[in-house]
Design a protein around this ligand. Structure first.
Ligand code: SAH
Length: 343
């Protein structure tokens, strides 16, 4: 059986033709699915024989909601989702004045090995399919009975390490027949897999590219992010400039502030010099402390000083508001603690 959520319109049209049906049926079927009609019998404009064919060949696979944790502080909801093969992922719904935003995962686990991150501790189990990435939005939307208008690919996994499925996801989620989420409301975060940044730029999506930089020099970056042994900051920034030229989109640099590791005034100045003049914005993230390592969050003063110094270089800076701190909101923490309690 094939999961219909794994199909782009083009792919489904091809299937229709190969199976003696008109290509336009593809659009009708996907439109039902993304309007949350998953039962083929309820697809009103589809003939009985085609419905039987669909039943023989396709399913619409949705993960099960295993648990929902709601923050008492800010209403953030964290969903622990289970796939048929028993694997778990987490997706986080954040409610803002400008609409609902969801943080979704792209892989089960991760193989990038960033030292401060909980998602990567047991490595990568497998990639998520396009449909599994999409279904996180569908299942949560269905649960809250409201539309989700912003998407960030910042959950577990490295999106550019699952490039093909993620690109297909971006196509479907932003398509009119799909979830019709504006590409400007989608952010993809990567630790910096340079060749894939070029490939993504060539797609000319108008999504926001976020780069997890976390250090101003390769030497420092290598201490916390193994990917820095493969690609230098210079190469990343070159790729970012290419991305900006292709898409005209401003890049976001994420910088997790870790006490006494990368949060000094010297770090801030060096980062300011590095990024000065670029079409970018820096998002400072006070590191979420996890029990598996000893990294500590920077003091409020260090964060404010860091932000002020960057601003003095003419760089726009925001400090990420912590959402759902009472519900293990840092990536990967929930899945890990749930698995541990089951063992
Ligand atoms: N693999 C992608 C996306 C997933 S992580 C990437 O590296 O960008 C999303 C963001 O959260 C990244 O910037 C990541 O470095 C950061 N992150 C991971 N663990 C964190 C923690 N414990 N505290 C703060 N930020 C963290």
């Amino acid at each position: 059986m094939n999961n219909l959520l794994d199909y782009t319109l083009e792919e489904l049209k091809v299937w229709m033709k190969e199976n003696g049906e008109s290509a336009f049926r593809g659009k009708q079927i996907l439109s039902w699915i993304y309007k949350d009609i998953n039962d083929f019998d309820n697809m009103k404009n589809i003939s009985k024989p085609l419905i039987s064919k669909l039943k023989e060949n396709f399913t619409v696979n949705m993960p099960k909601i295993i648990k929902v944790y709601k923050s008492d502080i800010d209403g953030t909801e964290k969903f622990l989702l289970g796939f048929e093969d028993g694997n778990l992922i987490e997706s986080v719904l954040m409610r803002y004045k400008h609409g609902n935003s969801i943080c979704i995962s792209t892989q089960i686990g991760c193989r990038m090995g960033c030292k401060f991150c909980a998602s990567t501790i047991d490595g990568r189990v497998r990639n998520l399919t396009t449909g599994e990435i999409l279904s996180q939005i569908l299942v949560v939307q269905n649960y809250i009975k409201e539309r989700i208008s912003n998407i960030v690919l910042m959950g577990s996994g490295e999106p550019l390490d699952n490039y093909d499925n993620v690109v297909k996801f971006l196509e479907v989620v932003s398509a009119e027949y799909g979830l019709n989420v504006g590409q400007r409301h989608i952010t993809l975060s990567t630790c910096g897999i340079v060749p894939k940044i070029y490939e993504l730029a060539d797609k000319e999506f108008s999504i926001t590219l976020a780069i997890s930089l976390h250090a101003f020099s390769d030497e420092k970056r290598k201490e916390i992010m193994p990917i820095a042994n493969k690609h230098t900051i210079y190469e990343i920034l070159e790729a970012c400039r290419y991305y900006i030229n292709k898409t005209n989109r401003r890049i976001t640099f994420e910088y997790a502030l870790v006490k006494e590791i990368n949060d000094s005034k010297e770090d801030a100045k060096a980062l300011g010099k590095l990024l000065r003049g670029m079409l970018c914005h820096v998002n400072l993230i006070p590191v979420n402390e996890i029990k598996e390592n000893t990294y500590k969050r920077s003091s409020k003063k260090a964060i404010d000083d860091f932000s002020e110094i960057l601003t003095s270089f003419g760089i726009e800076v925001t400090t990420r508001r912590e959402m759902g701190s009472d519900i293990n909101a840092a990536c990967g923490q929930l899945r890990r603690s749930y698995i541990e309690t089951q063992e």
